[in-house]
Every structure is written in structure tokens, then in C-alpha cells.
Ligand binder design. Structure first.
Ligand code: PSU
Ligand code: MN
Length: 301
């Protein structure tokens, strides 16, 4: 069922470091033509750390783990590509559809291919106004059931971050700050919320992964929350202002469901004149780098 690239398959078989990368951020989360450049750059950052990148997407009904150059270009440029959460995978496979995979679908496919470490930007979570819309990303539920380590800059700041952290606690998903006791805020270094645990090195992250396996509890994820450096974050005052405007625009235009996240990310890019894009990219780059190091520590265990 899975099409695993030769390079990824060989690395997994030899227990070499591999890092999974999602494709939704490329297809629906970043403006063109920058998105293709970023897709290539993230793969290069992972390689720089001695790990093999495994970008994941569904093409013509086939889930791919590890894309070649043409496939990566297709993910970045094909307008007809859908956004696929994990619940969409069987539908896409059976109907021969193509789509970019969100965190939930990417984590599932990575785990099936034997890839343990995954880098992304910000996770999905509980949306503001949840009490009315019940909009909670499927990312959370899937991470409660999948043994994978996700390196991210926290959850997207367009969300209700406090409620998302509460949900992660309820779901039993481990969360640790990377060299910080503050939970990162995606575009921002600090979301305003704390975390109970801080890990100091890739080796320490790998130790936690080992302990997860040794304890044999439910097959949950480990979230490593890696903040964007203060010098590269979005100005918090600008962030607060444009986010309010973007949320209002979302409501006024009646945007719902899967379209909300790409809409809000796009609005932020536009309303900050690209500054949010730079902060987003700084975060994802840092996460790909740390994930490469974690994968190396995990492989050398
Ligand atoms: N992080 C980013 N950009 C993105 C996303 C995450 O920096 O575009 C995507 C991820 O694929 C995540 C998805 O899984 O947004 C969440 O979408 P939703 O809220 O519809 O579940
Ligand atoms: Mn949603």
C-alpha cells in the first residue's frame, strides 16, 4: 500500500536517521513560488544533519514516503491537490485522489513506514470559539494513538493554545520544551503558556523515546516544542493585531472546516507583509534541523 522511496527504505532497514516532513505546509500553508524552494530547503537541512528526508504525500491514490524531485514539484505546484487528514487517507487511496498530508496523515504514514521522527511548523489544535464550532484538529487525536516524535514550534498561534495544551494532557500526549520551560507560540518564541518538562539535547530526547517504548504504555506521541529564536520571531504586538483582524475576516467570509487554517495563515502573511512567513520559515527550518539531530541520536542508540 505504501510507496516508500528506495533511499528511505534502505535507511529505515539499516536503522539510519530518517526525518518525516509533511506536505500540507508546502501545498496549502505557504505562498508560491516560495513553497517549492522551502520544500527543497527543508530536505537539505535534514541532510545537513546526516539524516534522510522523507516528505510524505498521496499521489494518484498512492501514499508516498519520500518524494523525488518531480513529485516534490507536483506537491508545490498542482492546484488540484487536496488537503488530507488521516481520515481522508482511505478515501484518497480508493478513489485514486492526490493530496498533501497534514500532521495527522503524515504521522500515521511515517509510523507505518517505520519512521520515528517528524518535523513540522506548528501543530493543529483547538480553534478559538471551539465551544460553538467544535473545531479541533485531528492532529491531536492521531498523536494520542501514534508512536512518533514530532518536533514543532508548538501549535499554530491562530488557535486557542491553552485549550490545546489541556487537550494534549487529557489525551496523554507527552509535551516537552526544547531548552525552555515556555511553550513556544509558532510565530512567537513564547505562547504565554508554560510546559512542565524541558529537554536539553537530542540525546535526551532519544532517551525519552526509549523510555516510552520500554514502559509499554499506550502508543502515544512525544511533542518536542522548539521555539523560534527571539531574533527571528514575529513582533508580538503586530502578531496580536493582525491575528484579530484575520480571525474577524474569517468569520465575515464564513470560512469553515479544513479551509480555516490555510486561510488564516495566508491572511497573516498578507497583513504582516510577509513578516509572518519569515517567522514561520525560521521555525520550520529550526525544527527540521533539530529533528535531524534527534533522528541521529535515536539511530545511534
Ligand atoms: N504548520 C505550518 N503550516 C501548516 C500546517 C502546520 O507551519 O500549513 C498544517 C499542518 O499540516 C497541520 C494542519 O496538520 O495545518 C492543521 O490543519 P487543521 O487545523 O485543518 O487540522
Ligand atoms: Mn479543523
Amino acid at each position: 500500500m505504501l510507496v516508500v522511496s528506495d533511499e528511505v527504505e534502505a535507511a529505515v532497514a539499516r536503522r539510519r536517521p530518517v526525518v518525516a516532513l509533511e506536505s500540507t505546509i508546502i501545498a496549502h500553508g505557504l505562498p508560491r513560488p516560495r513553497n517549492l524552494q522551502v520544500a527543497k530547503e527543508l530536505e537539505a537541512v535534514v541532510r545537513d544533519e546526516g539524516a534522510v528526508p522523507a516528505t510524505i504525500a498521496v499521489l494518484d491514490g498512492r501514499p508516498h514516503v519520500g518524494l523525488d524531485k518531480e513529485q516534490l514539484e507536483r506537491v508545490a505546484h498542482d492546484d488540484s491537490l487536496r488537503k488530507l487528514g488521516h481520515r481522508d487517507l482511505p478515501l484518497a487511496v480508493a478513489t485514486g485522489a492526490s493530496g498533501a498530508t497534514t500532521v495527522s496523515a503524515t504521522a500515521l504514514l511515517a509510523a507505518r513506514a517505520g519512521v520515528r521522527v517528524f518535523a513540522t511548523g506548528g501543530l493543529g489544535g483547538v480553534h478559538r470559539g471551539w465551544a460553538v464550532t467544535q473545531d479541533e484538529s485531528a492532529d491531536l487525536g492521531l498523536l494520542a494513538r501514534t508512536r512518533i516524535t514530532v518536533v514543532c514550534a508548538g501549535v499554530k498561534s491562530i488557535l486557542d493554545v491553552g485549550a490545546t495544551l489541556e487537550r494534549l494532557e487529557t489525551l496523554g500526549v507527552a509535551v516537552a520544551g526544547y531548552r525552555t520551560n515556555r511553550f513556544p507560540g509558532f510565530y512567537l518564541t513564547d505562547s504565554g503558556h508554560g510546559v512542565d518538562w524541558a529537554l536539553r539535547s537530542p540525546g535526551e530526547v532519544a532517551e525519552v523515546m526509549r523510555a516510552q517504548d520500554a514502559l509499554g504504555g499506550p502508543g502515544t506521541a512525544l511533542i518536542v516544542a522548539n521555539p523560534v529564536p527571539t531574533g527571528e520571531q514575529l513582533d508580538p504586538v503586530l502578531h496580536a493585531r493582525v491575528l484579530d483582524e484575520a480571525l474577524l475576516a474569517c468569520e465575515e467570509r464564513g470560512i469553515t472546516g479544513q479551509a480555516i487554517t490555510p486561510f488564516l495563515l495566508g491572511e497573516l502573511v498578507r497583513r504582516t507583509e510577509g513578516a509572518s512567513l519569515e517567522a514561520n520559515l525560521a521555525a520550520v527550518r529550526g525544527n527540521a534541523r533539530l529533528a535531524g539531530r534527534v533522528a541521529a541520536a535515536w539511530a545511534g542508540r
